[in-house]
Design a protein around this ligand. Structure first.
Ligand SMILES: C[S@@+](CC[C@H](N)C(=O)[O-])C[C@H]1O[C@@H](n2cnc3c(N)ncnc32)[C@H](O)[C@@H]1O
Length: 323
């Protein structure tokens, strides 16, 4: 329920053709102001003004990514309800809407091409690493299995990369947020989430080593192949712990200790795997408890890496013994 003035304000914000087009575009996924300017072929100040009016009325939300600003439809509230009601009534075959969608697709294709150029640079190391892992499918199935069919309200994937964990764990959350410091990885993640129709998940640019207190609180935090990029994984774990609701849980996938020094010198790893003892210590220091740990040895005989899956809980609310 809202006062008449408030409802009139929301209706006025939505009641203009460019703003209605913006709402329809954002129903298809988050966009930067730069993208929206290109799609609408209007000046950036003009598009920003329209977006500000929509945001002030609660129809959309703005979030900053460094020097860029992104917009998305508000996930809940009166503005969100009205936006979704309106968008559902826009004929997708209307010429203006078709043209907008065509330009939106072109902008996304361009972004994927840019991200592909980045991946072309790292493809060699990524492929090599994949051959050193156990089959990804086994680890992914085990990660999903950890949640044992539960569905939680909020899952946060730290160092989300291309958003793979958000896709894998989609059955287990009502809302998912992925955070990563690489624009290129996030461009791929955004495209993949749209392709998978996963509008309950979003990704944001951010440094997970300096997390914004405004993110969360989450039921589950995921750190999948991320901690070995940090000199001090314990500090990172303590930061992750601060994002949790009381009783929340953390899922970590990372390498067991190894001696492949080239991963450090050539592939930006800081730590050569993480041991069970280290993890127990970091967990305890962060007020967490290792509920279970499972190894996935490499199926390669020489030089393979073992992947570990740790499942951590809030120490206050856990009763299982250390693994
Ligand atoms: C090996 S990838 C793993 C991606 C994803 N979790 C997965 O398993 O597919 C590591 C990711 O961590 C991200 N990353 C590294 N340091 C970060 C930081 N300080 N803040 C945010 N993301 C970071 C990288 O950009 C990269 O996408």
């Amino acid at each position: 329920m809202a006062g008449l003035g408030e409802i009139v304000g929301v209706l006025k914000a939505a009641g203009e053709s460019t703003r209605l087009r913006l709402l329809a575009l954002l129903a298809d996924g988050d966009h930067s102001v730069k993208d929206l300017t290109e799609i609408l072929d209007q000046s950036q100040p003009r598009v920003s003004r329209h977006l500000k009016l929509l945001a002030d009325a609660g129809l959309v939300q703005r979030y900053a990514e460094g020097a860029w600003a992104y917009y998305r439809l508000s996930p809940a509230g009166q503005g969100a309800d009205l936006a979704r009601w309106l968008i559902a009534r826009v004929d997708p075959a209307a010429p203006e809407r078709r043209a907008d969608r065509a330009r939106q697709a072109a902008v996304r294709t361009q972004q994927q091409a840019e991200a592909a150029a980045y991946f072309a640079q790292v493809a060699q190391s990524w492929d090599l690493l994949k051959t050193l892992h156990v089959p990804e499918a086994a680890v992914e199935a085990a990660v999903l299995g950890t949640l044992a069919g539960r569905t939680v309200d909020l899952l946060i994937d730290l160092g989300t990369g291309t958003g793979r964990m958000l896709e894998v764990l989609a059955p287990a959350f009502r809302r998912g947020i992925g955070i990563d410091s690489s624009r290129e990885m996030l461009a791929v993640a955004r495209a993949r989430l749209v392709e998978a129709g996963l509008n309950k998940a979003e990704v944001r640019l951010g440094d997970i080593g300096a997390l914004d207190a405004g993110v969360g609180p989450a039921d589950i935090v995921v750190l999948h192949q991320v901690l070995h990029y940090f000199d001090d994984p314990g500090r990172m774990l303590a930061q992750a712990r601060r994002l949790l609701k009381p009783g929340g849980e953390i899922i970590i996938v990372d390498f067991a200790p190894h001696s492949l020094e080239f991963l450090r010198t050539e592939h930006a790893h800081r730590r050569l795997g993480l041991s069970r003892e280290q993890m127990s210590g970091w967990a305890a220091a962060a007020g967490l408890h290792v509920r279970s740990v499972r190894d996935f040895p490499s199926d390669i005989e020489d030089g393979g890496l073992t992947v570990c899956l740790w499942y951590l809980g809030d120490r206050e609310t856990m009763d299982a013994p250390d693994a």
